[in-house]
Design a binder for this molecule. Sequence first.
Ligand code: SF4
Ligand code: SF4
Length: 133
Amino acid sequence: MKLRPHHLLCVQKYTGSGYDDAFTAGMDALVRRLTACPDTAVTLVEGRDDLCAACPHMAGSRCDSEEKVNRLDRGVLEACSFSAGETRSWSTLARTAREQVLEKETFIKVCGCCEWFGLCRDTRKGWIYGKED
Ligand code: SF4
Ligand code: SF4
């Protein structure tokens, strides 16, 4: 599976909201897959990933908010000491993203510019992969 680095955060904060029905259906399927198989190999990519595929914000092969999402991606790579192109299991990447971003002040530094930040900030602690721990 390919994921943009900041999607390591979005997947873990997902509670069913999204841009449209096609996007949330894609997100639901991806969350189900990762929940069922946390050992899934995930490659961190620059640009379009498996979530973007069903997103109404894809304009050709690029996101129409590319500048903003690149900034989010850089924030996650830096905070987690990950590199683009790196492949690890979903559970390893998700745990590091949780510990280095979501559970620290780093969360607001990385995600504060995102229109979904209020929703993600208020998501219950313990809500991971679409279910409570
Ligand atoms: S196309 Fe842009 S807005 Fe849509 S999922 Fe990808 S990065 Fe996010
Ligand atoms: S605030 Fe935005 S980038 Fe951050 S986890 Fe939520 S949806 Fe993803």
